[in-house]
Design a protein around this ligand. Structure first.
Ligand code: MRU
Length: 354
């Protein structure tokens, strides 16, 4: 299949069907469209840990629906073994540490536990619907902001990782914004960082852009700074996994380097993420737990060694971009001044979290 020929992605990337959580296995995309049907909490924990389901909002939603699976498994209609569900909920929330959305989604589903399994499921389904509404509002707001930065001409954009509908219930965040800008006729080219080591950019973002008929080029992560120096990038748009109270933002590893390069070249650097990504408990980004993944992801590629046998590896899945390198954070509620070259005054950190 050529890069530009794609089958349609379901409009909603996660659903509940006959007692199961159903999604596309993102490990196999874009080459294989493997439907994943999860009926047990262990399946959901494994799918989140191995990135079959990935992207901060999507893992939060899967976590919430995972609590519903547990509630049905440990209830008989009238009674429910709350301790067992809470133990499952802890395992779900611990499947990945960095995105705040996972613990948030699991915690929100648990708030209905005393009402029984049907209520937990209803909460999870509400969250799915809310995610679509939130993302729709957010990408419009973010697209308005980007348009206002360079009125009148089609833009050259750069993005990292996958922040599209696959990473959410639907629509996406930063990638949703790019697709919204394309709908408005404002996109000339999108540079898609391949996003080593698991290629969420090359595999997933390229696939979503091709499906939406948006012109794109995949580049190796290390070409991004050179593209900026050559004047090929008007704006960088990324998502977020957790945002501290001061605006420091954790996102896929490599995001920090992009922000440094964007600041060096005076290119706007914009984070698009739902308000639920803010973690008011953390004063600054150094308090965010960064997931470290298997060295094999770095020293092998698709099972083929790419480094000497026994080579050690440094494999953080995320990094933290200090707020002073971010021009703006766009949520469904507002545009907040990220700290860099304050282009507009968008509220204090306390207001961001309110
Ligand atoms: O390890 P991943 O693929 O789950 O990392 C995802 C990202 O870093 C995304 O940019 C982030 O979760 C935002 S998704 C809308």
């Amino acid at each position: 299949m050529s890069a530009q020929q794609h089958a349609a992605v379901p409009a909603v990337s996660l659903s509940w069907e006959d007692g199961a959580i159903v999604t596309l296995d993102q490990r196999a995309l874009p080459f294989e469209h493997r439907r994943l049907r999860m009926t047990e909490v262990d399946h959901v924990v494994d799918a989140i840990a191995t990135l079959a389901v990935r992207g901060a909002p999507a893992i939060g939603l899967a976590g919430a629906l995972g609590v519903a699976l547990s509630a049905y498994a440990h209830g008989d209609g009238d009674t429910l073994d709350e301790a067992k569900v809470r133990a499952d909920a802890e395992r779900l929330a611990a499947a990945r540490p960095t995105a705040v959305n996972l613990a948030w989604g699991v915690g929100r589903a648990l708030t209905r536990l005393h009402e029984g399994a049907d209520a937990v499921l209803a909460e999870g389904l509400d969250m799915l619907a809310e995610d679509v509404a939130v993302n729709t509002a957010m990408v419009r707001r973010a697209a308005d902001l980007v348009e206002s930065l360079a009125p009148g001409r089609p833009l050259r954009l750069l993005t990292h990782c996958n922040t599209g509908r696959l990473a959410t219930a639907a629509v996406g965040t930063a990638l949703g914004t790019i697709i919204e800008l394309a709908r408005r006729g404002r996109v000339a080219d999108v540079l898609v960082d391949e996003t080593r080591p698991l290629l969420q950019g090359a595999r997933l973002t390229a696939w979503e852009l091709g499906e939406a008929d948006v012109p794109y080029r995949v580049c190796v992560d290390s070409a991004a700074a050179a593209a900026m120096s050559q004047g090929l990038v008007d704006c960088v748009l990324v998502g977020a996994d957790r945002i501290a109270a001061n605006g420091d933002t954790a996102n896929k590893v490599g995001t920090y380097g992009l922000a440094v390069a964007a600041a060096r070249h005076g290119i706007p650097f914009i984070v698009v993420a739902p308000a639920s990504t803010w973690d008011a408990r953390l004063a600054h980004g150094s308090q965010i737990v960064i997931e470290e993944r298997s060295p094999l992801e770095v020293v092998e590629f698709a099972g083929v060694p790419t480094a000497p046998e026994g080579a050690a590896a440094f494999n953080p899945a995320f990094d933290v971009t200090p707020h002073e390198l971010i021009n703006a954070v766009v949520t469904e509620k507002a545009v907040f001044d990220g700290g860099r070259a304050a282009q507009r005054s968008c509220g204090t950190p306390a207001e961001r979290i309110a």
